[in-house]
Design a protein around this ligand. Structure first.
Ligand code: ARG
Length: 313
């Protein structure tokens, strides 16, 4: 009888330990305040006064914008004047509850615990300034930023896990598959986003597309002070104005309907002789997949403390 009582008492304490050790996921993200160091490459000013023509120049609005369903706007939750006018980065839907984006979008500009509340993800909206019945506004549950918990060099990649799933109808919203093979230099790909239509210019209301070619690693490496092995570079040498620009960051570079790159940085926008730089998604597939899983965040320290406590009983 005494033994039974003792066992049930211990079981009860053990249950309390387990419940307490599974802390709310959001609480695990308080260490987000570390700045993303990769941004020393963010040299937008070099492209100033170069006399660009128009539209992320060489950018276009396709008649059938069938890639826009993969794109989301990452925006401050507080709009300035109009709906959608606080857009600051793009992202891609890679699972109904997961957005792939750039690390510098979510760890440089906004910090830690606060960030979960201060940003929203807007899906299903080709024109970011018009809210329609297809517009879905999602809240953030947690974010995972590459390299945040390790000492290794930061890579400009992050995932945002949403509180609820985005409704996927494959017309206004869609899930973009991840790259499934290494880079193919020369491959024709498309970047899309609401980034500036020229360096220091305004951001368009409707997402723009620009078609680019993936450059060889060898060619990218020749831009020594910008290139890092985590990156790929893309552009069109004979039409240098074709480029992404500020506000496109985090958005996808899509090749054959796969997420191959993430807009990271450039030298101004459309500066002749320079490509744009994108995180090479294929290199980080394992990291992305590991962060897609619905993990339980166990607080091991608390667990050990409670086990000691239990042993003292
Ligand atoms: N870092 C920029 C952003 O935050 C993206 C710049 C891309 N620039 C380029 N020339 N490809 O939106």
């Amino acid at each position: 009888m005494f033994l039974l009582k003792w066992i049930s008492q211990k079981l009860c304490v053990l249950t309390v330990i387990l419940v307490l050790s599974i802390t709310p996921l959001a609480l695990c993200n308080q260490h987000l305040s570390k700045e993303y160091p990769g941004l020393h490459h963010h040299i937008e000013d070099l492209g100033r006064d170069k006399g660009y023509k128009f539209l992320i120049t060489g950018g276009y609005r396709p008649k059938v914008a069938n890639l826009t369903k993969y794109l989301v706007s990452i925006s401050h939750a507080n709009f300035k004047k109009f709906f959608g006018d606080s857009h600051f980065c793009g992202g891609a839907i890679i699972k109904p509850n997961t957005i792939l984006t750039a690390a510098h979008c979510i760890s440089k500009k906004l910090y830690g615990f606060q960030m979960m509340r201060s940003i929203i993800i807007i899906a299903g909206t080709p024109n970011r300034l018009v809210k329609t019945e297809h517009t879905q506004i999602m809240k953030v549950k947690r974010v995972a930023v590459y390299g945040e918990s390790k000492t290794e060099k930061s890579v400009d990649i992050a995932v945002i896990i949403l509180q609820r799933n985005i409704r996927i109808d494959n017309v206004t919203t869609g899930v973009l598959p991840l790259a499934d093979h290494p880079l193919r230099p020369g491959e024709k790909c498309t970047v899309l986003g609401w980034g500036r239509i020229f360096d220091h210019g305004p951001m368009p209301a409707t997402a723009l597309y620009v078609d680019l070619e993936i450059w060889s690693r060898w060619k990218c490496q020749s831009y020594r002070s910008f290139y890092m092995p985590s990156l790929l570079c893309a552009g069109v040498p004979e039409d240098p104005e074709r480029d992404s620009c500020a506000g496109d960051s985090g958005g996808p570079l899509i090749c054959d309907e796969k997420a191959v790159g993430i807009v990271s940085f450039g030298i101004g926008c459309g500066t002749p002789g320079y490509p744009g730089f994108y995180t090479n998604v294929y290199r980080y597939l394992d990291w992305v997949r590991a962060n897609l899983a619905n993990k339980l965040h166990i607080n091991y320290i608390l667990m050990v403390k409670l086990i000691f406590f239990l042993m003292l009983l």
